[in-house]
Design a protein around this ligand. Structure first.
Ligand SMILES: Cc1cc2nc3c(=O)[nH]c(=O)nc-3n(C[C@H](O)[C@H](O)[C@H](O)COP(=O)(O)O)c2cc1C
Length: 80
């Protein structure tokens, strides 16, 4: 079971959560900060966990873009 945690963070809170979560999950877990790596390949992953923070009612553009770009591929994954 391979898990990818993708996230975007402004002040580091989401990154800290992503790192803590990665240590609690079984199997191989990889982290992807979408602000540093916006073009991640999710094909090799069984599970994709998506994290972000909200500012003025909006999630980060990087998270929204990731979800829109990968919509068809995310259909076949377990999502968190
Ligand atoms: C200026 C500002 C606006 C915020 N707006 C919202 C909001 O609309 N809704 C919400 O739930 N949290 C809001 N928050 C809280 C942040 O989403 C929260 O602190 C989050 O953990 C920050 O994560 P990050 O450091 O990974 O960006 C706001 C925080 C700040 C500083």
């Amino acid at each position: 079971m391979k898990t990818l945690i993708v996230y975007a963070t402004k002040h580091g809170c989401t990154e800290k959560c992503a790192e803590e979560l990665s240590g609690l999950l079984e199997g191989e877990v990889n982290l992807c900060n979408l602000k540093k790596e916006p073009f991640v390949d999710i094909s090799q992953y069984d599970v994709v966990i998506i994290g972000g923070s909200i500012y003025a009612g909006r999630i980060q553009n990087e998270v929204r873009n990731f979800c829109e770009d990968k919509m068809n591929f995310l259909d076949n994954k377990r999502i968190g």
